[in-house]
Design a protein around this ligand. Structure first.
Ligand code: SR1
Length: 328
């Protein structure tokens, strides 16, 4: 409760650096808002470094943050091969590090994820049931991103588990315009498969993929093809809730909550508390059919989807007191 004693190490305006691989898309924008909100509640300041999909730039940003002597570092996406050296240096200098969505495994780092395996299985299981275990699907995917690599492990298991589901096309790239690229690539696939019934569903395990694919399907008037996505935002909810939307299912956590958990682990480390090496948030499956007819926003998803959100993860008793103090 708010009577707990605040550790001296966090009872001051801390400087936090957030080293991000990219900041495009509604997932990243909700995540950034979540970081800013939690750090602000704790009375600190967060500087966001966005590498625009350039891993060497990301490593440079990490170095800059270390040189500036920040109090803690958050890393979002990126790959161990590019960042390991910087992470080791940060740890040697006593700067705690908490990562999200990458393959860094250094001792002393806490790595969080959205449990990508559950995310992928949640949406794929729904897909399989909706087509009764048989049909043609399209897969949107790009390698080199840890969450997508993990989702792909499950996709491969899915194809093995459902031998009568066949992948007829695959494409995908992550860029500054992922949704538009996905739309263009899906248009080409639809031209290649013009007959009704030639494609039953699309697995688009990133909302930027799902948005683009959904638009292509709608514009081609092929609403019989259903889209199974991952992630959720206000914009995604609007697209999914539109009449006859092809995008029927998504699996997601709340990106602002992911960020909140990451910040709280970092503050626990700064306070000298034990933190786990790994932590995965629990995702939920969101079917449009579970939502009411009225428009739903991220703020009220929890009223309709059981288990949505995990607001108490990584919460120490003194955090209430620290937040109360900084709210004054
Ligand atoms: C390119 S990686 C995109 C994914 O990162 C986050 O994990 C989001 O869930 C998004 O799907």
């Amino acid at each position: 409760g708010s009577d707990a004693e605040i550790p001296a190490a966090v009872d001051q305006p801390l400087k936090i650096a957030a080293i991000m691989e990219f900041s495009t898309g509604t997932f990243a924008s909700q995540y950034v808002s979540g970081l800013e909100a939690q750090v602000k509640k704790f009375g600190g300041e967060v500087q966001i470094y966005n590498a625009n999909n350039d891993l060497s730039q990301m490593a440079n940003h990490l170095q800059t943050a270390i040189n500036q002597g920040v109090d803690g570092i958050l890393i979002d996406h990126g790959r161990a091969e590019a960042l390991n050296q910087g992470v080791e240096e940060a740890l040697e200098k006593g700067i705690p590090v908490v990562t999200f969505d990458n393959d860094i495994t250094a001792d002393g780092v806490t790595a969080i994820s959205q449990d990508d395996y559950s995310l992928a299985w949640g949406t794929l299981k729904q897909l399989a049931q909706d087509i009764d275990g048989e049909g043609n699907i399209v897969y949107v995917w790009a390698g080199g991103f840890t969450p997508l690599e993990r989702r792909n492990v499950i996709y491969e298991a899915f194809l093995e588990h459902y031998p009568n589901i066949e992948e007829v096309a695959r494409f995908g790239s992550v860029s500054n315009n992922t949704a538009l690229d996905s739309q263009n690539q899906m248009e080409a696939v639809l031209k290649k498969y013009p007959e009704e019934g030639s494609i039953d569903a699309v697995f688009a395990p990133y909302d930027e993929f799902a948005k683009g694919v959904t638009r292509a399907i709608q514009q081609a008037g092929r609403d019989e093809i259903k889209v199974y996505g991952i992630d959720l935002s206000d914009e995604d909810l609007q697209i999914m809730q539109a009449e006859n939307s092809p995008w029927v299912t998504t699996a997601a956590t709340d990106p602002a909550e992911v960020a909140g958990v990451q910040v709280r682990f970092l503050y626990q480390k700064i306070a000298g508390e034990e933190t786990p090496s790994i932590y995965a948030l629990d995702p939920s499956v969101v079917n449009v059919s579970d939502l009411p007819d009225e428009p739903v926003t991220m703020a009220d998803v929890g009223q309709h989807i059981e288990g949505w959100g995990s607001p108490n993860a990584a919460r120490s008793p003194w955090m209430d007191a620290l937040e109360a103090k900084n709210a004054q």
